[in-house]
Design a protein around this ligand. Structure first.
Ligand SMILES: [Zn+2]
Length: 736
């Protein structure tokens, strides 16, 4: 993604009134990066976070000692406590900083901080700047968010309040004073900033002027990312937010050099903020994906861990989970089932997230969450050394592309991309292939060194430079699996004449796409491609369902034995007409190439249709097999861990100082796709076969949940372990 070259941005904006083309802004290498400040000394210490988000009437009612006791019992080693912004929980002196009406002469923030410090916890204060009151609005009308109709915006949920502008003086000035006051009074370890990035499109006087100064344009009135003003705004808003983050960070560090601000960052791949830049700036970060909603498998939490790790590397990443429901009706005072809370949280832990529970309100209306979270945290504390991961050992990586999401246009475009990603994610989980995620602007040799295979899930928007990086990866012997319109657009979402990766795919774009297709099929060419690993598990299937969208291509070279060919759509009604006149074509629907590139030469599999998106929609096991087989074929080496046995498990493989771990999270449950989980359904014996990195030998093996020593057997550099059963989660820990 697009990060605007700040110099060019300023240069362009200096030309008064001139129309600015984004083509003048470069993406990437020569961008001016403000060197990130050093990480505060505490960031790598906490492994178990607690958050108590106070509500305004808490100071009159809540039981301080209950919470301090709970923090101690859960062995939480860090805490986030409500400080100010919307409501101040301490005797603030800043005008328009609203003290809790229940505060009296108490200093609730100070009391909580003192108690938590006695427990040895890292303490950060939470601020929330997204809403304010009538007195602030009357004195500073320009602090308030303005709608497209020019009217200042009342808060959607608390209509006595006003929504603030995230990009103007309310945040840059007022909230900076709030942070200074909190840091001066309490010298907390950091300040967490919630809902700091505005509440949608603001048309206030500051946004209008600042955007015009920067881009020469009026604020956009369309969401079409191909509109020049919208495109400029996508980039400009990020510039403002990164500037705000750094402004706040400098302000608190000037008071306490061993602190920082921590902006809440929910999105990951779907974020409107550039994750690559976040990865450069943030010493630690909280992935805010608190619980399931709608149709969402339990791997949604682990996915955030992978997305954040792609740009954060080894920096500590914390996963916020809620004890309550996260559905659109926002029952913020609710409690989920114990099994649901725990499975969501533990999949984060299995994927490298340090857990952070969040509780809204100091009063406990429903105590059912307390024990499950306490049990989970105590287990995490007892096994801390096996959760301090040094690196994942997965060899496969799924690429995510924020620029594709930002700039790809058209009806359903964004959804199509998300569904392709989810389809791959689910297929890899079902196939029990451990994998990581990679950011599409970190495709350099260093970031890809750990991986044998990259997956491009309809990664539509890729620059020429990114295509060159992928070409180099394959030339070094890497495998590539790509689908549908991958690389058919440049980094701005503008369609190319041909795929940027046409040479790797061995095919060119023939000028059109087809879809939605109904009643179309794939013929499995067992005669021509007998025994091909792509068709493994489908030996008895002469044909299977096709996808829904396909792109027409022309081969640039000979593909003599295609494994899949196209059977075009034919009528699905009346039933008498449901037969095809073309049961066979010679149109390949997968292109497999070996020895690609100048060097060692890797393998490339390209599906010119939406197999991944269709898999997410239909979940056909035939498509699942093709996806898994394509990855295994492209990778062309034994997987670093295999797990044989019943059920659906999320499998992750890690190295720590002095050990390896294999996490097995059991998703086998009738509520797997849509929670809440009612009960854990245990699965039976699993045969785990793990390869020890070169030079390492197993000294001891332990199952960390069952707390037993399993049967194990060494076989050269491989270790075989029998896990007798898994309830919610098991960890095979191998001391080396
Ligand atoms: Zn504004």
């Amino acid at each position: 993604m697009p990060c605007v070259n700040r110099r060019d941005f300023l240069k362009a904006s200096a030309v008064a009134g001139a129309a600015v083309s984004l083509r003048e802004f470069s993406l990437g290498a020569e961008r001016v990066v403000v060197a990130p400040n050093a990480a505060p000394s505490w960031t790598d210490k906490p492994m178990r976070w607690a958050q108590l988000t106070l509500v305004e009437d808490d100071p009159g009612t809540f039981d301080l000692n209950f919470w301090l006791d709970y923090f101690a019992r859960t062995k939480s080693d860090a805490v986030c406590l409500s400080g100010g912004g919307c409501v101040a929980y301490y005797p603030t002196k800043i005008p328009f900083h609203h003290r809790s009406a229940w505060l009296g002469d108490r200093d609730v923030l100070g009391e909580l901080i003192a108690g938590c410090r006695k427990l040895g916890m890292v303490v950060i204060a939470r601020t929330d700047p997204h809403a304010t009151y009538d007195d602030a609005e009357a004195a500073h009308p320009d602090w308030i968010h303005v709608n497209a109709d020019g009217k200042r915006r009342r808060h959607w949920a608390s209509p006595e309040m006003w929504v603030t502008c995230g990009l103007g003086p309310y945040n840059f000035d007022f909230m900076t004073e709030v942070k200074r006051e909190i840091m001066t009074a309490y010298r907390v370890d950091g300040i967490f900033i919630n809902r700091w990035d505005g509440s949608g499109m603001c048309y206030c006087e500051h946004c209008r002027k600042n955007f015009r100064d920067a881009s020469g344009r009026d604020l956009p009135r369309t969401n079409n990312p191909q509109d020049p003003a919208r495109r400029a705004h996508i980039l400009w808003k990020q510039e403002r937010l990164f500037a705000l983050w750094q402004h706040w960070d400098a302000a608190v560090r000037a008071i306490n050099a061993d602190s920082c601000v921590i902006p809440n960052a929910g999105g990951g791949a779907t974020s409107s903020l550039d994750m690559k830049r976040i990865g450069e700036l943030a010493p630690t970060l909280m992935a805010d994906h608190q619980a399931r909603r709608g149709v969402m498998p339990p791997w949604g939490n682990g996915m955030r861990g992978k997305e954040f790790r792609a740009t954060m590397g080894r920096k500590p990443i914390v996963g916020i989970f809620s004890v309550g429901l996260e559905e659109p009706y926002r029952w913020k005072d609710s409690v989920q089932s114990a099994a649901e809370i725990r499975l969501w949280a533990i999949d984060g832990v299995a994927n490298g997230l340090r857990p952070w529970f969040t509780k809204f309100a100091g009063s406990v209306n429903d105590p059912r969450w307390l024990k499950p979270v306490e049990d989970l945290y105590r287990w995490c504390a007892a096994n801390e050394r096996y959760l301090r991961n040094e690196r994942p050992l997965a060899r496969v990586a799924l690429v995510y592309s924020q620029q594709s999401a930002w700039f790809h246009s058209g009806e359903g475009a964004r959804r199509h991309l998300d569904d392709a990603m989810d389809g791959w994610y689910h297929a890899l989980i079902e196939a029990r292939i451990p994998f990581e995620m990679v950011h599409d602007r970190l495709l350099d040799a260093e970031h890809l060194a750990a991986f044998k295979t990259l997956i491009l899930p309809n990664t539509v928007a890729l620059s020429d430079a990114q295509c060159a990086q992928l070409r180099a990866f394959v030339a070094r012997g890497g495998g590539l699996v790509a689908t549908y319109e991958t690389s058919l657009y440049d980094e701005w979402g503008v369609r190319r004449k041909d795929f940027g990766l046409a040479d790797l795919f061995g095919v060119s774009f023939a000028g059109k796409t087809e879809g939605p297709m109904r009643n179309a099929y794939l013929r499995l060419e067992h005669d021509m491609a007998r025994g091909h690993p792509l068709l493994r598990g489908l030996e008895d299937a002469p044909r299977i369902i096709h996808g829904v969208h396909r792109v027409e291509v022309t081969a640039r070279e000979k593909f003599p034995a295609p494994a899949l060919t196209h059977i075009p759509s034919y009528p699905d009604l009346p039933m008498e007409k449901v037969f095809t006149k073309t049961p066979r074509t010679d149109i390949p629907q997968v292109f497999l190439r070996e020895g690609v590139g100048a060097g060692a030469g890797g393998r490339v599999a390209y599906f010119p249709w939406d197999i991944d998106r269709t898999f997410w929609e239909i979940l056909s096991p035939d498509h699942g097999k093709l996806l898994a087989n394509a990855v295994a074929w492209a990778t062309n080496e034994p997987a670093p861990v295999t797990v044989a046995g019943p059920g659906i498990l999320d499998i992750t493989l890690w190295q720590q100082k002095g050990s390896l771990t294999v996490h097995l999270v059991n998703f086998t449950n009738p509520m797997m796709m849509k929670g809440p989980i009612r009960e854990t359904i245990p699965v039976g014996a699993q045969q785990v076969r793990v390869r020890l990195p070169d030079g390492l030998r197993a000294k001891a093996v332990r199952l960390l949940v069952a707390n037993t020593t399993p049967k194990s057997r060494a076989d050269g550099s491989w270790l075989e372990v029998t896990v007798p059963a898994i309830a919610e989660h098991e960890v095979v820990a191998i001391d080396v």
